[in-house]
Design a protein around this ligand. Structure first.
Ligand code: LLP
Length: 433
């Protein structure tokens, strides 16, 4: 291969120069289903889930997959079938995990902006816990719980003011971020909840950011949480779980990857030393469960050479994978078919969307020609779930591969569906004036 880029996981390989996902040829899938196309390896997802399960050993724990990372119905079903819980952030995610067979007693609900309708829905669904992010939310929760006569189990999200050393857009544990409340405010909210018959404090929550590459911010956050637990215990408030928020970061390029077993051991040691070893450890991983499972396949439409660069203009764009445009993220880009006879060149891989931010990779060495397919790897997380129809582009299809078999887990809808809800006969309001 011309590319130096490593394959994303053990379930991808080149066989006679052709990229395979498990035992299925990616080129065959691209030809059959067209591009842009997402292709996922089921074994890769289950392996990532097992890694969490194994690292948490027989300590009490629960994995609540963060649905936002990839909310494909079949992927949710697969995870539910393997005993996974879910972390949701909207009524839509709640209804989707429910439909996919989730055990609602294993669902945590995060997010700063839960509406009344969403809260009522979650109360009626008897979810495990609301991760409460403000005093106003706690008050709203109490009022609605009384209304529907269902006690709300809560966990208050602490903002520990810890620098997670990640991209500013996905860092959430600093004072200046909109997430969580200070330990001081949390303490008074727990006291308030204890006195409220409609609220039942069962946990404490702390998510400091995504794509974390160091253990130390987790440890700092854990210490803040444990200090607060001491104060709560003195107050007669006993909790059942500690939710550490999202999972560990992944390797897109050369980032250090946290050793999950070492992390969980360190966290559990702190808990055990401070007398909280019996509390259940909850993690809400998204990226590290699905990122490495996914490839986004595109086809080269044109190669355009200017005075300064070679542009590889593809049919796949920021609409299918916004991470490079939004976070200047580096995603691996691989040839789908090895072409050793071609000259290796540096390309900026761009899409057809009318914005200069529409790029997937810059200055990538590839041996590739017009008409060839390429794969954006590590694309299983925050790819399809952040896709849009900007420029009236159609959303991609998705395929799930399981060893020698594969199935389409999302079909490409007719593009007309995009404007069906805009037709006069589907709009019921009276015309203005
Ligand atoms: N729990 C909460 C409350 C979260 O806000 C997040 C992610 C997670 C769990 C999952 O974190 P993970 O295990 O995936 O790191 N679109 C961005 C990532 C946004 C993350 C938002 N919150 C990206 O593509 O990098």
């Amino acid at each position: 291969m011309s590319t130096q880029t490593a394959l994303p996981g053990s379930h991808f390989s080149y066989r006679h120069g052709e990229l395979f996902c498990e035992n299925i040829s990616v080129k065959m899938l691209a030809r059959r289903y067209g591009t842009p196309l997402y292709v996922y390896s089921q074994a890769e997802i289950l392996q990532a889930l097992a890694k969490y399960e194994n690292s948490l050993k027989d300590w009490p724990h629960l994995i609540c997959y963060a649905v936002k990372a990839n909310s494909n119905f079949s992927i949710l079903q697969l995870l539910a079938q393997h005993g996974c819980g879910f972390d949701i952030v909207s009524g839509g995610e709640l209804l989707k995990v429910k439909a996919a067979g989730a055990d609602m007693g294993k669902v945590t609900y995060s997010g700063v902006g839960k509406t009344e309708e969403e809260i009522r829905l979650a109360l009626r669904s008897e979810i495990k816990s609301f991760n409460v992010e403000s005093a106003s939310e706690l008050n709203r929760l109490s009022r609605l719980a009384a209304q529907v006569s269902k006690q709300a189990r809560i966990s208050i999200r602490i903002n520990p003011d810890v620098n997670a050393h990640t991209h500013p857009y996905i860092s959430t544990g600093l004072k200046e971020n909109k997430f969580g409340v200070s330990p001081q405010v949390a303490f008074s909210l727990y006291r308030q909840a204890k006195e409220d018959p409609w609220l039942c404090p069962i946990g404490i929550d702390c998510h400091i950011g995504s794509q974390l590459t160091e253990i130390s911010p987790y440890i700092q956050a854990c210490e803040t949480v444990v200090n607060l637990l001491d104060r709560l215990t003195r107050e007669g408030i006993y909790l059942e779980h500690i939710d550490f928020g999202g999972g560990v970061g992944v390797r897109y390029r050369d980032e250090p990857v946290i050793d999950l077993a070492a992390l969980t051991k360190e966290l559990h040691t702190i808990l055990a030393q401070r007398g909280y070893g019996h509390l259940s450890m909850i993690f809400e991983p998204g990226r590290s469960i699905v990122a490495s499972s996914g490839l986004l396949i595109g086809q080269v439409q044109y190669i355009k050479t200017t005075e300064t660069k070679n542009f590889l203009i593809s049919d796949t764009a920021m609409t299918e994978m916004i991470r490079p445009a939004l976070y200047q993220a580096w995603m691996p880009i691989l040839e789908v078919s090895a072409k050793p006879q071609l000259q290796e060149k540096l390309y900026d891989i761009v899409g057809p969307v009318c914005e200069s931010s529409d790029w997937l990779g810059k200055q990538r060495a590839l041996k590739i020609a017009e008409g060839d397919y390429f794969a954006v790897a590590m694309a299983g997380a925050y790819g399809m779930s952040m896709a849009s129809t900007y420029n009236c582009r159609n959303l991609p299809a998705e395929i799930l591969v399981d060893r020698d078999r594969y199935r389409q887990i999302r079909r490409r809808l007719p593009v007309e569906d995009q404007w069906a809800a805009e037709m006069p006969e589907t709009i019921t309001e009276k015309a203005l004036g």
